[in-house]
Ligand binder design. Structure first.
Ligand SMILES: Nc1ncnc2c1ncn2[C@@H]1O[C@H](COP(=O)(O)OP(=O)(O)OP(=O)(O)O)[C@@H](O)[C@H]1O
Ligand SMILES: [Mg+2]
Length: 232
């Protein structure tokens, strides 16, 4: 298995109360698979994704990514892990407003050891003609394409998507899902995606349902549906 999560626990302590957010989560993904995490708001999905991506830390448990035990890494090693291995895509794109589309991508490629070519990834997401636009001059779907280009320019082994279509309409969402499916195929990236949308799970190899910090159901799909055939 490329990604192995075992008995992951995480709590947040405020002055008087302790909230358990992850209560013994286990899941896995094979290399080149697409995994989907479904679950209600507040169930711990983003927390789980952030721990896998090395931007948050757990209290207990193990995360292995391509045989690297990231739950044992110190801060410097985690930064290195993120830089080399992980691409993040968020619901609200998180582009830098005063940089052009191309520059937003170069910010990442400049610190990567073996980045892809900026124009190549812009072309892959169908945005080469908008390279010199600023984020405010792009639609939501176009901004998400740029944020996907930014995530894949370092050719990451693992692409983590936190509700990548959460802010988009149906047809734009489907275009973004098609794009992610193509990236998974063409670049061989393993993709783990959070969504509220049940329909999206039909394009996944594995689906995990989270409730109150626990995996309550996991399914390995026999048939993957092409994103263009997904309806909701
Ligand atoms: N820094 C923090 N301090 C205290 N509680 C936190 C913190 N971050 C998250 N939480 C709590 O942890 C729980 C899980 O949060 P998380 O963001 O993982 O949920 P989620 O499943 O991604 O929800 P959503 O679908 O709304 O994005 C929530 O109850 C949230 O309030
Ligand atoms: Mg979330």
């Amino acid at each position: 298995m490329f990604l192995i999560v075992e008995n992951l626990k995480k709590s947040y302590k405020t002055t008087d109360i302790t909230t358990t957010v992850l209560n013994g989560v286990g899941m896995n993904l094979d290399k080149g698979e697409i995994g989907v995490i479904l679950g209600p708001s507040g169930s711990g999905k983003s927390t789980l994704l952030n721990i896998i991506g090395g931007i948050d830390k757990c209290d207990f448990g193990t995360v292995l990514v391509d045989n690297l035990e990231i739950t044992k890494l110190n801060d410097n090693e985690l930064t290195d892990y993120r830089r080399k291995n992980v691409g993040f895509i968020f619901q609200f794109y998180n582009l830098i407003p005063n940089l052009t589309a191309g520059e937003n991508i170069e910010v990442v490629s400049n610190i990567s050891s073996s980045p892809l070519n900026t124009d190549e990834v812009l072309k892959a997401v169908g945005m080469l003609d908008k390279k010199y636009r600023f984020p405010r001059e792009l639609s939501g779907g176009e901004q998400q394409r740029i944020s996907i280009a930014r995530a894949i320019v370092k050719n990451p082994k693992l692409l983590l998507c936190d509700e990548p279509t959460g802010a988009l309409d149906f047809s734009t969402s489907r275009d973004i899902l098609k794009l992610l499916q193509r990236i998974n195929k063409d670049f061989g990236s393993t993709i783990l995606m959070i969504t509220h949308n049940n329909a999206i799970s039909s394009m996944a190899n594995r689906v995990y349902r989270v409730r109150s910090g626990e995996i309550v159901d996991s399914v390995v799909s026999k048939e993957i549906i092409p994103a263009e055939r997904i309806e909701w």
